[in-house]
Design a protein around this ligand. Structure first.
Ligand SMILES: Cc1cc2nc3c(=O)[nH]c(=O)nc-3n(C[C@H](O)[C@H](O)[C@H](O)COP(=O)(O)OP(=O)(O)OC[C@H]3O[C@@H](n4cnc5c(N)ncnc54)[C@H](O)[C@@H]3O)c2cc1C
Length: 402
């Protein structure tokens, strides 16, 4: 009998992983708390906790994975390549610049609208015979013994009872499954919220991404489909978000952007509605217990400063599928605890490197101490002048080194 894997959580990670498994001939039952919409019109409105107003910078490795899944042609309709990256600090003279052409790569990755990514993934999942999608159900109980993992999921007053050799918990930062397994977390609250929106500028983006460290927080401006549209992710101090979010604050927000960026992007002309996301780092103390493995934000939620979180999750998912394929080929247990432990071990180096990198960028650039500021300046200049550093960082940021 074919072994079926249960995935809890159909966010960007759960859906992508389900498609990777199906491609490897592994049947999946995917349980999602939210009732997904039907796409019977051309409406691209945000509809889901994962597929909201955000945009994601996909590394080249993530793009390669979607190419392998045969999804890239559809995804790229709403994606643009990043050909250049500028990193600067407000009030400082240092500047780091990375150019795809110089690094001899096609691009540093692609920026995609999450709403579109979600739509393409969901459409594909619905069409995939090896995936059974059960949405609008919330997993409320998870147990396991030596042979199986057991789940209960609730839809209104109805309770579904399910069991599987392997449960993959991709149920997000506040993962129910993680708690049910008694897995603790190492949590750090950055005391920041990310203000996220789309803006229009008078100068075209020319496929340049900017990261600008400002006293208010590290502001990322990324190119979007449409020559003049840019994605904004601006982590600011928690408690100040009301200043930026809200229909009456459009001009105030545009002025703040203008002041922080100067005229590099021309005039900030229009802004979409702003959304805020609280920022913390949440790291599970273990990622595999018995027949259950944590995936995505449930395993590690990190600061979005370098756009690495989802890309890291995609690499985790890809490697897990490789392990499961091997088990399948040997007709072995897909929930084998030793194999899941091996998977976890194999991912630690990449995960820790990314987690440390993002955390130190946030902490390093948050401090306004003048000596640290000078060091940052020197660092940015060194980055721009010392041969050999750029290809290293570029490869790393593109997720190709993992
Ligand atoms: C502002 C911001 C910008 C970002 N930008 C980037 C970027 O540019 N590049 C990048 O790589 N990463 C980026 N990230 C990180 C990226 O968004 C996350 O890594 C990604 O969303 C994680 O997806 P997930 O599927 O693991 O979690 P989620 O999106 O949280 O999905 C979890 C799913 O599980 C479901 N669920 C929860 N509990 C249950 C339950 N009990 N039963 C059933 N279902 C349940 C939820 O409804 C949800 O659909 C950014 C993050 C932020 C905050």
């Amino acid at each position: 009998m074919q072994q079926e894997v249960i995935i809890v959580g159909g966010g960007m990670v759960g859906l992508s992983l389900a498609l990777m498994l199906a491609k490897s001939n592994i049947a999946v039952k995917l349980l999602e708390a939210i009732q997904y919409p039907n796409y019977d019109d051309a409406n691209l409105a945000p509809y889901h906790s994962s597929f909201d107003a955000r945009n994601s910078a996909l590394s080249r490795r993530s793009v390669q994975i979607y190419q392998e899944l045969g999804l890239w042609d559809a995804l790229q309709e709403h994606a643009v390549p990043i050909l250049e990256v500028h990193i600067t600090e407000q009030g400082s003279f240092g500047k780091a610049r990375l150019q795809a052409e110089q690094e001899k790569v096609e691009s540093f990755g692609q920026v995609i609208e999450n709403a579109w990514l979600g739509r393409v993934l969901l459409t594909q999942v619905r069409a995939e015979p090896l995936i059974e999608l059960i949405d609008g159900v919330k997993v409320t109980s998870l147990n396991q013994d030596a042979d199986l993992a057991y789940l209960e999921a609730q839809r209104g007053s109805e309770v579904l009872k399910l069991q599987s050799k392997l449960v993959i918990a991709a149920d997000g930062r506040d993962s129910f499954c993680r708690k049910a397994l008694g897995i603790g977390v190492d949590e750090h609250d950055y005391d920041q919220v990310a203000i996220v929106t789309t803006v229009q500028t008078s100068k075209p983006h020319n496929h340049v991404g900017f990261e600008r460290f400002s006293p208010l927080g590290p502001l990322a401006l990324l190119p979007l489909p449409g020559e003049y549209r840019r994605s904004v992710v601006w982590p600011v101090k928690k408690g100040t978000e009301h200043e930026w979010v809200g229909e009456d604050n459009d001009q105030h927000f545009l002025n703040a952007l203008q002041q922080t960026y100067g005229d590099r992007a021309g005039k900030f002309q229009k802004t979409g509605r702003r959304f805020s996301f609280p920022l913390s780092q949440v790291l599970a103390e273990k990622q595999a217990v018995g027949r259950v493995v944590l995936m995505g934000n449930a395993a590690h939620t990190i600061h979005p400063v370098a756009g690495q979180g989802f890309n890291l999750c995609m690499r985790d998912a890809y490697v897990l599928v490789r392990y499961l394929k091997e088990q399948l080929a040997q007709q072995a247990d897909l929930g084998d605890a030793a194999m899941l432990q091996d998977y976890e071990k194999s991912r630690l180096t990449d995960q820790q490197r990314v987690i440390k990198f993002c955390d130190s960028v946030v902490r390093g650039f948050s401090n306004q101490n003048p000596v640290l500021k000078l060091l940052r300046n020197t660092g940015l200049i060194a980055f721009d002048t010392i041969p050999g550093i750029k290809p290293l960082v570029a490869n790393y940021a593109m997720g190709l080194k993992a």
